[in-house]
Structure formats: structure tokens, C-alpha cells
Design a protein around this ligand. Sequence first.
Ligand SMILES: NC(=O)c1ccc[n+]([C@@H]2O[C@H](COP(=O)([O-])OP(=O)(O)OC[C@H]3O[C@@H](n4cnc5c(N)ncnc54)[C@H](O)[C@@H]3O)[C@@H](O)[C@H]2O)c1
Length: 389
Amino acid sequence: MHKQIQIAVIGVGNRARKYLSCLPEWVQVKYVVDPEPLRLQIASRICGVPQEACFEDPEVFFATKPKAQAAIIATPDRLHLPLSLLAANHGWHILLEKPVSISEGAYLQLIAATEQYGVHITPCLEMRFHKYFRRIRNLVKSGAVGDILSIDHTEHVGPDRMAHTFVRGLWSRRDQAGPIFLSKCCHDADFIVWLTGQTALWVNSTGRIDKFKPTPGTPERCLGCPISDCPYSAVKLYKERREWIDGFDVPDGGTLDEVIDEELRSGRWGRCVYHCDNDVYDTQDVSVELTGGIHLDMHLDGTSMKEGRTTIINGSQGTLVADKWQIRIVKDGETVLEEDYSGLEAIGLHGGADAAMLEDFFEAVATGGTPSLTLQSALEGHRICYLAG
Ligand SMILES: NC(=O)c1ccc[n+]([C@@H]2O[C@H](COP(=O)([O-])OP(=O)(O)OC[C@H]3O[C@@H](n4cnc5c(N)ncnc54)[C@H](O)[C@@H]3O)[C@@H](O)[C@H]2O)c1
């Protein structure tokens, strides 16, 4: 029988709302904190948190000496450090969104805080809880391809995600959100480190903007644009296909269509992808020499039409090819294993990995144990990203 635990949720945007939809039933949200009144209102409604436990200002919130055992912190990346320090100072364990911090120095400050206050911080690197990625790791660990010689890993950021998040969106500028390799590929670097158990000896990186730069002859907004087959059309994405609209909050008395129309007319998400102020790379190649004699090549591909990850692990006795939910092992030209995990996509919430990660973290909080994913164990993957820039 679990004891009930009480938590605060700090930053109740897209990501936090996903967590709210799959919290273990014995975890009670006691406080919500977000400077956006509409987001606070929606979150308080979802979790049944009374008005007096909703705060717009984290400083004001912490000054009230709130009582809880843990916090979910899902704010913009640059706020992870100061808000986590405040929560750790209150003796709270923290489920902290990735990337943990924008710099390695800040990451180390957070590790020091966990030791000083005796708390755990689990970074939300949900790939570690995803059945498909766990299967890849288990196969490799069990020696299915022998010793790892080299790894080639590509993260394809498909057109919808690339346009919504990294060209038009909140992760489009390095000065505000940090480099794209950190924000997107910290999952991937962590997965490789977790898979191999190795650390990086050196990291070499080149990045560029291949596609999403000012292009003469295109209108500045998608509304009214005559190019009918543009894969980046905001009108098609939000209004016709109605995808990536979770963050478009509807005020009382309004409709989602009105919010989308307004966004297309004058918001950041109605801009043509060739007329944005983005400066994060859309293409990056990162070479890493790992201990154990393993060479790793990682690629960020933000310009093709493909979405998903492709990992090729060359071993001394065979090759494992994992391409968006399909795993294949080839030995001497023969396929000796083929598995398909595409059914997991239908579960949503990262194929069930979000719920598994929450369960693992809160179980540790409730029982006084250690979560299986800690800040310390995820440092190396982040360090590769900080070095890649
Ligand atoms: N694990 C994953 O796969 C994954 C996926 C997407 C985003 N993320 C990460 O999750 C975090 C949140 O991203 P999101 O997509 O939910 O963004 P979002 O913009 O939808 O949500 C962030 C929320 O934080 C609030 N906020 C801003 N300043 C604040 C403050 N001082 N105190 C409290 N709240 C504040 C904003 O008002 C907003 O509601 C980011 O760190 C992001 O990198 C992780």
C-alpha cells in the first residue's frame, strides 16, 4: 500500500500537462505555479487545485513555505537551475525536464545541491523507460552483436516538429533556448552513454542552417501563401490537420478556431519558415570518441521529411539496425532477428515511457529509495551535448 504524496508542479505548459494526464493515482498535486494566468486556470481545473494554491510567481510561492515532498519542474530550460535550487532548498525531490541546464556549470551546481539537501533530481530522459530503446540496450548488453565497434545515430526531426518547435517556436534561438543539439539530442546522447556505459574522450561538431533561412519570393506568413505543396504550411498543420495545437490555450468564452486563426494572422506560429528569426542549426554532425574504443557519429537532421531515430550499432559479431520502431540484427549478410515496436506509438505519451518514468520517480520518493535515473547518471550524455554546442 503506497502512502499518498503531495507535489508542486512548476511550469504547467505542454509537457507538464502530459505528466498530469498519467500521474500515479496516489500522487496528489497540491500546488501549481505558472506566470500565465490562463495556464494556471487550466491546470488548477485539471488537478482540482484551489485558487489559493495557484501561484504566478515562484518566488512568492516559495516564500509561503509550501509543504510537499516533490516537484515537477517543466519551465523553459533557462529557469531549470534557479527553480530547482529553490525546490531542493525546501528538501523536495525533483522531476526536472530536460535539458537539465543550459551549461555544464549549472548542471554541476545542481548535483552539488542534491548532495547538500539530500534530494534526488531525475531528468526527464524518457527514452530510458521506452520499451523499444530498452530492447535495443538489452540486446546489445546480452552480446547479440558482440563487442560494440562503432555507432551511427541519426535523429530526424520531421517537418512538423522542426517548424513548430525549432524554426517558429520557443527553441528557435540559441540566446533564449540554447543550442538545438542540447535541447533535442540530449535524449540521444544519454541513450548512447546508457547503452555503452562509456564516456567521451573527445567531441567534434559541425552545424549549419541548410534550409530555414530567408528566401526571397515567399510571403512572410502562411495565410494566403500561394505555394500549395509546402510541407511547412502552418495553415495545413494547425487549421486543416489540427496537429501541434495542444499549446494553443482557449480562454473562457473563446473557441479553438478563433485561437488558431489569430495565431495564423499575427502569432509566431503563423510565420513562414523562411522568414523567422531562428538561429539554431537545422543540420549538425557530431563525432565522438568513446572510451572502450567505440567511435560514435551522431547526426541531427532537421531538413528531411523523415521523423524518428535511426541507430546502427556495428559489433564484432553482427550489426543491429534500429529504425523508428523496427529492430533488425544482421550477421554475415543474414537477418537473424527482426522485431517491430510500432504498436507502442498508439499508446501515446512517448509509447508509455512517460508514465513509467513518473512511476519510477514517485515510487522512489514514496519509499525513500533512489530513482533509477539520477542527475549523476545522466551527466555524461549532457556533457557530450555541451561540448558539441
Ligand atoms: N522530455 C521531453 O521529451 C520534452 C519534450 C518537450 C519539451 N521538454 C522540456 O519541457 C520543458 C517545458 O517545455 P514545454 O513544451 O512544456 O513548454 P511550454 O512553454 O508549453 O511550458 C512551459 C511553461 O512554463 C511556464 N513558465 C515560464 N516562466 C515560469 C516561471 N518563472 N515559473 C513557473 N513557470 C514558468 C510558461 O508560462 C509555460 O506555461 C522545457 O524544459 C522543454 O525543453 C521536454
